[in-house]
Design a protein. Structure first.
Length: 476
C-alpha cells in the first residue's frame, strides 16, 4: 500500500513532460509510472491532478529571514516566510549564516540554525555562509571543514552597497584566497558584485548635485558598475582552476554578457536574477511608494529586460530568486533617498506562479525550462539535486500542483507575506492548488495544513558536473 498517489496528465519529470502517476511512500517518491499502472485502491490517498500542471517544489536560493532593518526591527522570521512560501509552491529556502568576527564558522552556522530556523519553519532550508569585511586566515582555513559538513556555498560582497556600511566589502586579496580553497574542496562562491569605487563616487555625486531621491538609484547602482565588477571577479575566478561562481541578483545586460562570455570559454559561472528585475524597470521607482519595487543593486531598463529573458532562454541565467526580505510597508518605505532605501522584497510567495505565467504561458517556452529556473537548477548548483528539484524515484516528494482554474489577479489580501505587494494587480495564469512537502500535503485548496517545525536543515554536496561546468542543463 502506497501512502499517496498523484495522477497527472502534464507532469514535469527528469525525462520530460507527460502523463504520469507518482507513487509516494513516506517522504520519498517511490515510482513514476505510466497512467493506470498503479491502482488507486492500492493507495491510502489519491490526488487527481489531471487538467493541472505537476512540477517539483520550488527552490528559492536567495532569501534573508530575521535580517536587520531600520528602527531596530528585523525582517520576518522563517515561521512567517516559510508558510507564505508553501502557499506559493516553494518548498525549500536558502538563507544566509552571517559570520561575525570572533566566531568560528561552525559557531556561525549553529547559531543561525538554533536561533532562527530549527523548529521554527514550515519548509526545508539550507544556509549559505556569508563572509564580510576583513576575513582572517583562520576563517579561510575553516572552509574545507565547513564544506565537508554540508555547507558548500559562500557569499561575499565586492561593495559596501551603501555609504554608512564599512564592513561588508571583502577585499580582492581575500577573495582570491577564498576562491582557491573553495575550488580545491568542492565549494562555490556566491557574489554580490558591484564596483565599490564607482558606487561610492556616485553617492557623493548625487548628494553634491542635490539629486538624492531614490528614483535616481539606477545612476548609483549602475549597469557600468555591474560590468566592471562582474568582469573583475570573473577574471579572478578564471585564474583559479575549478573556481565556480554564482553571480547573485544579476540586474543588467552588462552582467549577463560577462557571464555568457565566461561560460563560452568553458568556466563554471552561473547567473541568478530576480523576478522583479525581469519585470520592473527604474521607471517604477516613480510610482507611488516606488520603493516597494527596489532591491540592490537597482532596477534597470527595458533593454536589460530583453537581455535577461534571452539569458534565461540560453542558459546564461540559471535560476530565479527573490532576495526576499519580508517587511511591512512602513519599513519598506522608511527610506526615500538613494543612500537609505530599504533593500529586499516580498516576492517569495508569487515567484513560482509569476514565472510560470511569464515563461510558459506568455512566451510559450518549455515547461522544463520553467522548472529549471524555479527549482532544478538551484538544486543542481547548490548540491540539493537529485534529492530536491526533480520528480524522480528516490527524490524527496516535494511536489506542486498548479491549477489554471485558480489563476487570479494578485493582491496583498490574497497573499500571505506582508501588508503590501509589488505584484498587486498582476494576473497569474495558474496558482498552486496543492503543495506537498516530503510526501505530506501542506497546502490544499488555499488551506494551510502544515505545521511549524516540520522544516529540516538540508546538508549539501555540489556535483562534479557543476564544478567542471558550465553545466548546460538550463539550455533548452
Amino acid at each position: 500500500m502506497i501512502d499517496l498517489l498523484i495522477q497527472g496528465d502534464r507532469v514535469a519529470t527528469m525525462h520530460g513532460v507527460g502523463a504520469w502517476d507518482i507513487a509516494i511512500e513516506g517522504e520519498k517518491i517511490a515510482a513514476v509510472a505510466a497512467p493506470g499502472t498503479i491502482e488507486p485502491r492500492n493507495a491510502v490517498r489519491t490526488i487527481d491532478a489531471r487538467g493541472k500542471i505537476v512540477v517539483p517544489g520550488g527552490i528559492d536560493p536567495h532569501i534573508h529571514c530575521k535580517f536587520p532593518q531600520p528602527l531596530g526591527t528585523m525582517s520576518a522570521p522563517p515561521a512567517h516566510v516559510s508558510r507564505a512560501a508553501l502557499f506559493g509552491g516553494t518548498t525549500t529556502l536558502l538563507d544566509f549564516a552571517v559570520w561575525a568576527p570572533g566566531e568560528t564558522l561552525q559557531e556561525t552556522l549553529e547559531k543561525r540554525d538554533v536561533d532562527c530556523w530549527r523548529g521554527q519553519c514550515c519548509n526545508d532550508y539550507a544556509f549559505h555562509v556569508l563572509l564580510t569585511g576583513k576575513v582572517p586566515p583562520e576563517i579561510v582555513e575553516q572552509l574545507p571543514e565547513t564544506i565537508q559538513a554540508g555547507f558548500p556555498s559562500v557569499k561575499i560582497f565586492t561593495t559596501e552597497v551603501r555609504p554608512e556600511r564599512s564592513n561588508w566589502k571583502v577585499d580582492y586579496g581575500d577573495i582570491w584566497e577564498i576562491l582557491q580553497v573553495l575550488a580545491r574542496h568542492g565549494g562555490i562562491t556566491c557574489v554580490h558584485a558591484e564596483d565599490n569605487d564607482l558606487v561610492m563616487h556616485m553617492y557623493e555625486k548625487m548628494f553634491r548635485e542635490g539629486r538624492i531621491g531614490f528614483e535616481h538609484m539606477a545612476e548609483v547602482h549602475s549597469s557600468l558598475s555591474e560590468d566592471l565588477s562582474f568582469r573583475r571577479i570573473i577574471r579572478l575566478a578564471e585564474n583559479v582552476e575549478r573556481a565556480a561562481l554564482y553571480m547573485m541578483h544579476t540586474s543588467a545586460r552588462t552582467g549577463i554578457d560577462a557571464i555568457a562570455e565566461s561560460r563560452a570559454r568553458g568556466f563554471p559561472i552561473y547567473g541568478e536574477t530576480l523576478h522583479q528585475y525581469a519585470l520592473f524597470t527604474a521607471d517604477d521607482y516613480k510610482r507611488p511608494n516606488g520603493q516597494i519595487y527596489h532591491t540592490y543593486p537597482s532596477l534597470k531598463t527595458k533593454a536589460d529586460h530583453k537581455a535577461m529573458w534571452q539569458g534565461m532562454r540560453r542558459g546564461t541565467i540559471s535560476s530565479i530568486a527573490t532576495d526576499g526580505i519580508c517587511t511591512p510597508l512602513a519599513i519598506k518605505t522608511f527610506g526615500n533617498q538613494v543612500d537609505n532605501t530599504v533593500g529586499g522584497n516580498v516576492g517569495v510567495e508569487p515567484r513560482v506562479a509569476v514565472m510560470y505565467t511569464e515563461v510558459v504561458v506568455r512566451r510559450g517556452w518549455p515547461l522544463e525550462l520553467f522548472v529549471d529556473l524555479v527549482a532544478a537548477n538551484a538544486a543542481r548548483i547548490f548540491g540539493l539535486y537529485p534529492r530536491k528539484g526533480v520528480i524522480a524515484p528516490g527524490a524527496d516528494a516535494d511536489i506542486v500542483v498548479l491549477d489554471p482554474a485558480r489563476g487570479c489577479r494578485l493582491s496583498k489580501d490574497y497573499l500571505h507575506e506582508s501588508d503590501y505587494s509589488p505584484w498587486e494587480g498582476y494576473e497569474v495564469a495558474a496558482w498552486p492548488d496543492t503543495t506537498v512537502l516530503r510526501g505530506q500535503p501542506v497546502v490544499e485548496g488555499g488551506e494551510f495544513r502544515g505545521r511549524l517545525g516540520q522544516g529540516r536543515l538540508i546538508e549539501r554536496r555540489i556535483g562534479e558536473s557543476v564544478l567542471d561546468g558550465p553545466t548546460r542543463s538550463a539550455e533548452r
